[in-house]
Design a protein. Structure first.
Length: 96
């Protein structure tokens, strides 16, 4: 099977990987006291939110090719479903 068949899985895996990498960088910066730590138990939440804010625009720019491939895959599946539904509706109309 070609990689086009797994476009959604590939995009999702790369998006998660980019988030994990962003979280690792943010955690390292917090550990080195380059960025401030949050108060008490909120530290993990602060680091997660910061990693989300960093990884979202990066994924928008860096994963454009994968996102486009995923969109094509989804559009093809939707078009096949529409054609199948139209064919079924045509058969039902023809029997009356």
């Amino acid at each position: 099977m070609s990689s086009h068949n797994f476009a959604t899985l590939r995009y999702t895996a790369l998006r998660i990987g980019l988030f994990v990498a962003s979280f690792a960088v943010v955690w390292a910066l917090a550990y080195l006291h380059v960025i401030p730590l949050a108060v008490g138990a909120a530290n993990t939440v602060w680091l997660l939110l910061l990693a989300i804010v960093i990884s979202a625009p990066l994924s928008f720019v860096l994963l454009r090719k994968q996102r486009d491939a995923m969109s094509e895959q989804i559009v093809e599946k939707v078009d096949r479903q529409r054609a199948r539904l139209a064919a079924n509706a045509g058969q039902e109309d023809g029997t009356e």
